[in-house]
Ligand binder design. Structure first.
Ligand code: AMP
Length: 215
């Protein structure tokens, strides 16, 4: 099973990707996480990508395409994979079509004002990369590993408004691209985390495991 998770920034792609990858034993490939790991390790790629990411712009297609093409050949992708945050442009989708046969594109839909409201509460764990939402006054500790959470430099309201513009200009055209190929599954991302997962699992089970459903 080779899946793509599409949707605007802070739609819940990372959170849902963790749950989907676990349930279906898929490799979770987040290009944002891969780039943040490059920055944390101080690699040449990380140094080149840091200011682009902090400003909310997109890293050049050829860099990202090469990174993903290499990643999907690793052993843990043999049972399938889930792409989170890739592709983000039409040239990336075209490069991916050459490299892999995608079975479905799950499009998590959330309106822009809900995203702006969410981002103020969004924190990331600098140790394990887990993303979670914190309420005002709540202790900002990672639920997975206990480390102190931080806010991403690209998660301010101003940066998020810019990232949404970039999303609408460069990434939203992928919806028609994949609609034309009969691959898009629209999911209402405005609900709670378990309610969104339930919609996604129902779609995947219906599309990829219909015989098991009837047993
Ligand atoms: P994310 O964690 O998916 O929100 O990604 C964080 C940032 O990494 C994005 O705002 C981009 O700057 C960069 N990035 C992640 N994935 C891609 C991609 N597929 N193409 C270009 N830039 C990307």
């Amino acid at each position: 099973m080779k899946l793509i998770l599409l949707g605007p920034p802070a739609a819940g792609k990372g959170t849902q990707a963790e749950l989907i990858a676990e349930r279906y034993s898929l490799a979770h490939i987040s290009t944002g996480d891969m780039l943040r790991a490059e920055i944390a390790s101080g690699t040449e790629l990380g140094r080149a990508a840091k200011s682009i990411i902090d400003e909310g712009n997109l890293v050049p297609d050829d860099i990202i395409n090469a990174m993903v093409a290499k990643r999907i050949l690793q052993d843990d992708c043999a049972n399938g994979f889930l792409l989170d945050g890739y592709p983000r442009t039409i040239p990336q989708a075209e490069a991916l079509a050459e490299a892999a046969d995608i079975g479905a594109v799950i499009d998590i839909e959330v309106d822009s004002e809900s995203i702006i409201a969410r981002v103020a509460k969004r924190r990331i764990c600098p140790v394990c990369g887990h993303t979670q939402s914190v309420e005002p006054g709540e202790e900002e500790i990672c639920a997975k590993c206990g480390a102190q959470l931080i806010q991403r430099a690209d998660d301010t309201e101003e940066r998020m408004r810019h990232r949404l513009e970039v999303y609408h200009a460069s990434t939203a055209p992928l919806i028609s691209f994949y609609e034309e190929r009969g691959l898009i599954a629209p999911i209402d991302g405005g609900m709670s985390i378990p309610e969104v997962s339930e919609q996604i699992f129902a779609f995947i089970d219906g599309k990829f495991r219909p015989e098991e459903e009837n047993e």
